[in-house]
Design a protein around this ligand. Structure first.
Ligand SMILES: C[S@@+](CC[C@H](N)C(=O)[O-])C[C@H]1O[C@@H](n2cnc3c(N)ncnc32)[C@H](O)[C@@H]1O
Length: 837
């Protein structure tokens, strides 16, 4: 049967091929491998339950990694082909029957790990899919709560949807550590995400509502729609990406015009309906008839009522005015006639209030803008100052004690070279960049004048500057978007950059190891006394959950995620000083360079290690010196998915791909340069590039052009050229695939052969000689090539004349031949035989 290739989604990616190569039944195997690599739960498990296991790649991985004699049970709606050391059966995990069968298989044991990679019949509406997925995950959690051992691990797949947070909240109540993570082998286009829950609390009783999808996902009806925005600002169209509102599946909504007059919330009607109708209902509507006859109900009003979705702000204003007039005539309360509307609780829309409201909104926006630009400015200045001080300190220009000291004396307020004056005229920035600018008297007096103005004279120019900067940013974003649309390569590059060069990190914030440890300890301590153990008794009562900080349950569920924990406790983010980064980049860059060189010079392997150490030490020292000015986020080794590739002999597998690296490798190998020289080269003006506060377009441009052009040798350039030539001369993809298939089949054959010979070798009923003979027979049979059948000749005559493809009734290899050619060949044969005679 032909393999159906799903090119559209790029399904046949590297994980697919790798899975084929390694004999896994699905590429999903690598998701479990990667999750296990990060959390290491399989090695310590003796009993595992795999819910939704077909075709069985997770079971294969579990059987490989878990200790021998472990119990692995897999269940799925679809049949699973037998897997050695794994018990499988076919059932629906949401049924009681499935639960009973699992119980039978597990007997009295409890599972150390429960896996769930279930995917319902995807492909229907997105909202439906994701809900089913979340529901399935909840079902699997239900099974997990029954079969998991205390402290056990539960891994489940969920989709990032609005059901995600409630589900996570419930999981957080049942497990001590819950982390959401997306392994690299999971496609980026897929909304799937894996939640790894460790440390099952094993409560004695669980509130059934925890496991009831109707309750857990209950608060899902979205916030009340923002009808005001639709009416006040109808020109700004927002696409609705969440589908229909809960319980409201109508596309076209029509209400009688009289209802619009009578309602207390006209904005809601204008924002949500399509038409205000004047047609009489079955029983007749007097109010509607009267409304229709009003002189205020002009033709324009009627036209506006026809289709509310195409109206602009002016039209809505017109309708609201009309409503007020009609209300006035019908004797409904309006603000204008002084009735006690507030007492009745009736809301009246004032037409003028739209302008008023808009004005207030604008003012508020302006104030906000000013505030943010001011803050931004201050932050920028502060950063610039810090940066300068650190750079000066590194250049031994300042003693640490100088930092933070009031400028006085020769560099003080009234000094000849007043930095303040230079700063005000903007010359300081230029000075910092190395341009020698003399602050002229005129500039100084201007600066003083500006300083004397009540707002310091800075606001206007800074606002202008900010505006200009923002405009540039927008234009640059726009340019990049256009470029991304037109240029696929650019898109790939950007995506790589955004992903941080394939480095993958889990999605949840790392919980502090100490914190989690201590919480575990606490749990252990308290396990002796069951009365004192709230986690093990009835869990949190969902109804009695108070609203924390005035937040709704949904909001507090969202903010209760681990990722917000740190913010809640210390309120401080991690401040990474730009300079720290620059320095680290410099050293990192050097490391990378070193890594490249390592491949060229095997002997320098150890040298590189030492270099790494010293550089790191150096970096550490700098850190310490810095008086805690900036905090460096240490790289968590466990987060690294991509390990350094090593050759079987333990050396780093390094590919030199640029002529610069090849030149440097050459120089190192021949002793023209030492690794210390290479490090020294890394410290240059580019290494300390100031990135703080600079616009993105500028940084991008700098990244492209502001770099050292290292000299390259002819030999190195030729070597790289030769390498590229060899690379381009590789066989085409089809040939490579065919070869890989052949290799794979051969490996499978070998595997089968091995198994058979093992069976023969272990057969107690045979003598050693017999065993040797039968194994030799097996091998010779396998080594024998199947005789290839000669291709059948099919004469292109009669119904076969001029056909394309396989002729009817012909099986196996065939060759179409021209009837005349056959005759001619026969004739040639005859002639040659005659000549011989
Ligand atoms: C992505 S596959 C699982 C792949 C599996 N982890 C592996 O490694 O081969 C999802 C599976 O969920 C199963 N499934 C969906 N709903 C189910 C249900 N209610 N009960 C049991 N299995 C279900 C489907 O039959 C499908 O085989």
């Amino acid at each position: 049967m032909a393999i159906q290739k799903k090119h559209g989604k790029g399904r046949l990616d590297k994980w697919y091929k790798l899975a084929k190569e390694k004999g896994y039944r699905a590429r999903a195997a690598f998701k479990l491998i990667q999750l296990n690599k990060k959390y290491g739960f399989l090695e310590t498990s003796k009993v595992l339950l795999d819910l939704c296991a077909a075709p069985g790649s997770w079971c294969q991985v579990a059987a490989e990694v878990m200790p021998v004699n472990s119990l692995i049970v897999g269940v799925d709606l679809a049949p699973i082909k037998p897997i050695p050391r794994v018990i499988t059966f076919q059932s629906d995990i949401t049924t009681e029957k499935c639960r009973a069968t699992i119980r039978q298989h597990l007997k009295t044991w409890k599972a150390d790990t429960v896996l769930h990679d279930g995917a319902p019949n995807v492909g229907t509406a997105w909202a439906q899919d994701s809900f089913n997925q979340a529901e399935l995950a909840l079902q699997s959690m239900k099974l997990a709560t029954e079969f998991l051992i205390e402290g056990g691990t539960f891994v489940t797949k969920v989709f990032r949807s609005k059901d995600y947070n409630p589900l996570l909240w419930v999981l957080n109540q049942l497990f001590t550590k819950v982390e959401a993570t997306k392994p690299p082998s999971s496609r980026n286009v897929s909304a799937e995400i894996f939640v790894v829950c460790r440390g099952f609390k094993a409560p004695k009783r669980i509130d059934p509502r925890f496991l009831d999808p109707r309750y857990v996902f209950a608060e899902l009806t979205g916030a009340t729609p923002n009808n005001e925005a639709k009416v006040y600002n109808p020109e700004v169209k927002k696409r609705k990406r969440e589908g229909y509102d809960e319980g409201d599946y109508l596309l076209f909504k029509e209400v009688p015009a009289s209802e619009f007059i009578q309602t207390t919330d006209p904005i809601a009607i204008l924002g949500s309906c399509n038409k205000l109708a004047f047609s009489q209902p079955l029983g007749g509507d007097i109010a509607l008839a009267a409304l229709e006859k009003l002189p205020e109900t002009t033709e324009e009003i009627r036209q506006c009522c026809q289709d509310l979705k195409v109206l602009g702000r002016k039209d809505f204003k017109l309708l609201l005015k009309w409503r007020l007039k009609a209300r006035d005539i019908f004797g409904f309360s309006t603000k204008g006639n002084g009735q006690e509307e507030d007492a009745v609780g009736e809301e009246v829309v004032e037409v003028e209030s739209m302008d008023e409201e808009l004005r207030i909104q604008e003012e508020l926006q302006n104030m906000k803008d000013k505030e943010t630009s001011k803050k931004k400015r201050e932050r920028r200045k502060e950063n610039e100052k810090k940066q300068r001080e650190v750079v000066r300190m590194q250049l031994n220009m300042v003693a640490p004690m100088d930092i933070g000291m009031e400028e006085s004396g020769p560099i003080g307020e009234g000094a000849m070279f007043s930095m303040k004056a230079a700063d005000k005229s903007g010359a300081l920035r230029r000075l910092n960049r190395g341009k020698m600018v003399v602050v002229s008297d005129r500039a100084q007096t201007a600066a003083h004048k500006i300083a004397e103005r009540p707002d310091g004279g800075e606001n206007e120019s800074d606002d202008e500057e900010d505006l200009l900067e923002r405009e540039l940013d927008y234009m640059y974003d726009d340019y990049r978007e256009r470029k991304a649309e037109a240029d696929a390569k650019y898109r790939v590059k950007k995506a790589k950059e955004e992903r941080g060069d394939d480095e993958w990190e889990g999605l949840s914030a790392e919980e502090g190891a100490e914190k989690s440890d201590s919480s575990e300890l606490e749990e252990e301590d308290s396990s002796d006394d069951e009365e004192d153990q709230p986690a093990r008794s009835l869990l949190v009562d969902l109804d009695s959950q108070p609203l924390t900080d005035g937040l709704s349950k949904r909001a507090s569920a969202f903010f209760s995620q681990n990722i917000f924990k740190d913010f809640a406790t210390n309120g401080k983010g991690i401040d990474i000083n730009g300079n720290g980064f620059a320095q680290k980049n410099a050293v990192d860059g050097q490391f990378r360079e070193e890594k490249h060189l390592n491949g060229a010079d095997a002997g320098s392997n150890t040298r590189v290690d030492t270099l790494k150490l010293t550089s790191q030490d150096h970096f550490q020292e700098d850190n310490d010196d810095d008086d805690g000015n900036f905090e460096v986020v240490k790289k968590n080794e466990s987060d690294d998915w991509e390990e350094e590739k090593r050759l079987p002999d333990g050396k780093l597998d390094i590919d030199i791909i640029t002529a610069e690296a090849m030149t440097l490798a050459h120089q190192l190998a021949t002793g023209q340069k030492t690794s210390h020289d290479a490090i020294d080269d890394g410290f240059n003006k580019h290494a300390f590039r100031d990135k703080e506060g600079l616009p993105e377009w500028f940084l991008d441009d700098e990244g492209k052009h502001d770099r050292i052009q290292k000299p390259i040798t002819k030999a190195a350039a030729n070597a790289i050229k030769e390498k590229l030539r060899a690379f381009n001369a590789r066989p085409i993809k089809k040939v490579r695939e065919a070869k890989a298939r052949k290799k794979f089949k051969a490996a499978q054959k070998l595997e089968r052969l091995k198994k058979k010979s093992d069976m023969l070798a272990n057969d107690a009923g045979m003598t050693e000689k017999e065993k040797a003979e039968s194994i030799a027979k097996l091998l010779s049979k396998a080594a024998r090539k199947k005789p290839t059948q000669p291709a059948k000749l099919v004469v292109a005559r009669g119904s076969n004349r001029g056909i394309q493809g396989r002729p009817k009734g012909v099986k196996g290899r065939y060759r179409m031949v021209d009837p005349r050619m056959k005759k001619e060949l026969r004739a040639q044969k005859r002639v040659s035989q005659k000549k011989k005679r």
